[in-house]
Design a protein around this ligand. Sequence first.
Ligand code: AMP
Ligand code: MG
Length: 347
Amino acid sequence: METKIWFVDKQMNLSTSYEQVQQAAILLQQNEVVAFPTETVYGLGGNATSNIAVERIYEAKGRPSDNPLIVHIADKSQLHLLVEDIPAYAEKLMDAFWPGPLTLVLPVIQGTVSTKVTAGLSTIAVRIPEHPVALAIIKETSLPIAAPSANLSGKPSPTKADHVWKDLNGKIAGIVDGGETGVGLESTVVDCSEGIPVILRPGGITKEQLEEVVGIVKIDPALTKREEVPKSPGMKYTHYAPKAPLWLVDGSNEYLQSLVNKQQQKGKRVGVLTTDESFEQYKANVVLSCGTRSDLSTIANKLYSILREFDDSDVDIIFSEIFPLEGVGEAVMNRLEKAAGYQRVKE
Ligand code: AMP
Ligand code: MG
């Protein structure tokens, strides 16, 4: 299959962008799958009401069919066609964070979307994205659009159209290139099917931000205790992994450097994932900085693209610094732990 590419203006200011969006929307209405930018990462969109379209998403990504998809809508009028029993706290969260990187899990009205979208669950994950291009495409289709990250399953999520191209060229109908995405990590997934909101996946909106709006917010225990079964099916899979084994290092820069030296003595090419603060201090084959510790959102923003850079640089092993579990640091560490398959060394 030939994968079409459309270049659009991120802000949708150019009149040509509208034409491109229309073409992408027509393909989506024909149940083809098309990648487009959102404010989190690139999404692989498909008509959520069509079994064929949804099957195409799973197939292109090689995604396990028990991992449900997030449905993206353009405004709240679409929400009431999909879900029922919305608790008052969920309404507050929507008012505070939509459009934006917050996904809510709510009881689904059976028969409104393909059962493959929800992987047969009684709930559906839904959000309104903030990106002007994503919103324009969804609006143009007048459909609920299922859109997981537009990467091959298991690989780091795409924050640039080029990442999508490398993973999915020839497997999908098109890519709408709107430049780099914003947050750089996926949305926060919050279960709203019980009395208290529960974070199933940390992401762009932090626990602290949610608590400011609704008081107490719980975190799914499976996110911190590996022996628990996560309530969000996708969280049980290893994800975001670079090709080379990645180890998280809980210790000083000197300790991390000593690990690098040992591997190099064995003839290995070693990568180090660090920050602007320590970048100059390491000697390794490839040293990449993810951003600054003084603003963890810069780390969130570049993490996936840096993991993909290690893939391009043919290292045999990667050592990474770790980050405090504060604010967006929670989401950064969640993705890093998964990318590392939970491998960690302590000084
Ligand atoms: P992705 O589409 O790759 O960003 O991943 C979507 C995440 O949302 C995965 O971790 C899914 O398991 C999770 N998810 C989607 N639908 C539901 C649902 N109904 N209940 C719980 N988690 C869900
Ligand atoms: Mg994903």
